[in-house]
Write a protein that binds this ligand. Structure first.
Ligand code: TXA
Ligand code: MG
Length: 350
């Protein structure tokens, strides 16, 4: 398959380009497009064959459900059996935007999309290109992040091409995405509602509308720090194994610097993902640094994170070291979560 890359203006995409991409979607094609979070790989959500093709193209297990993207709130009625309490007020406050709501699935949504679940994930994205495409397609579009399974999500069209060239029909290149990490996922089918994945719509913001929201606990959540080095299920990860150092700033920094020196002494090429404060400590050590920017700039770090992981892969380092995100409030919560998921090993120091 030849993958066609079409560059568009982020704010005023050419309507002919959008119409061709929308037609491709309606006919069951695979089209990658920018959203405000990361690039998505879209297919007609009600076309089972297209959905199966999408799982194949990504190498994604059929047990991992997809998010259905729509242009307008009105389209949701066909996709759900009921709107739970608060769904409308959350939608009014945060859509279009980087929030995904888990709602009760209507029979019209193929079980291929929801991985057999009786719930469906829905989002109205805010990116002008995504909005134009969804409006032109006029069908619900299932779209996971447009990366190969378990690779970091793509924040630029070049990342999509790196992973999926020859496996999909089209990439709409609308430049770098705005947020850099995937949408917040909020499950409204349980009581109290649970945040399944942190993102740019922060826990604090959700609680502003819905004070009862809980953070879903997972083996990797902030509530259950690993006390010893351990192996994690990898996700969003670079090809090169990444070790994450957790604990008080000075102790974690010292452990990371020691590990870097030891690895270099052993002949390894070392990559480090670090905010600028940490990067400075590594000045005198020959490591490849992917700088996430200032320690107090969560937005900048989120925009850079996935490109940084891909850069270190491309620099063919042997190992990657990183320190836990310096904070856990607001958008830092999402950065902590993604760094943990990207890590092959976690080392807790105290
Ligand atoms: O920002 C985003 O959400 C991007 C853009 C393209 O919209 N999409 C994205 O999709 O990150 P994906 O497939 O990489 O992640 C979807 C997440 C997964 O963690 C999946 O388990 C969860 O949403 N999810 C989907 N349907 C679900 C359901 N019915 N119940 C619980 N979780 C669900
Ligand atoms: Mg993904």
């Amino acid at each position: 398959m030849m993958t066609k890359v079409v560059r568009v203006d982020r704010d005023r995409p050419n309507p002919d380009d959008i119409a061709r991409a929308a037609e491709c979607l309606r006919r069951g094609g695979l089209v990658a497009f920018p959203t405000e979070t990361v690039y998505g790989l879209g297919v007609h959500a009600l076309d089972r064959d297209a959905v199966r093709k999408l799982f194949d193209a990504k190498g994604r297990p059929a047990t991992d459900p997809l998010i259905v993207h729509v242009a307008e709130f009105g389209q949701i009625a066909l996709l759900v059996t009921a709107l739970p309490e608060h769904a409308a007020s959350l939608a009014t406050r945060f859509w279009p935007g980087p929030l995904t709501l888990i709602l009760p699935r209507a029979p019209s949504v193929p079980l291929e999309v929801t991985a057999g679940l009786q719930t469906v994930a829905i989002r109205i994205p805010a990116h002008p290109v995504a909005r134009a495409l969804l409006a032109a397609a006029a069908v619900p579009v299932a779209a996971p992040s447009a990366n190969l399974f378990s690779r970091p999500s793509p924040t630029r069209a070049a990342h999509v091409v790196e992973d999926l060239d020859g496996r999909i029909d089209m990439v709409i290149d609308g430049g770098a995405t705005d947020v850099g990490v995937e949408s917040t996922v909020l499950d409204l089918t349980v009581s109290p509602p649970q945040m399944l994945r942190p993102g740019a719509i922060t826990l604090e913001a959700l609680r502003g509308v819905l004070p009862a929201v809980r953070v879903a606990s997972s083996p990797r959540s902030a509530n259950t720090p690993m006390r010893s080095p351990g192996l994690l299920a990898r996700h969003y990860s670079p090809r090169v194994p990444m070790t994450l150092y957790q604990g008080p700033t000075d102790a974690a920094r010292a452990a990371l610097v020691t590990a870097a020196r030891q690895a270099i002494a052993g002949g390894s090429r070392v990559g480090v993902v670090a905010t600028s404060g940490d990067a400075r400590l590594l000045d005198q050590i020959p490591v490849v640094i992917a700088d996430l920017g200032p320690d107090d700039d969560a937005k900048g770090a989120a925009v850079r994170l996935y490109a940084a992981l891909r850069e270190l892969d491309a620099a063919s380092v042997d190992i990657i070291l990183a320190r836990e995100a310096p904070h856990n409030d607001g958008l830092w919560h999402a950065l902590r979560d993604r760094l943990r998921r990207a890590a092959a090993h976690v080392v807790a120091v105290d």
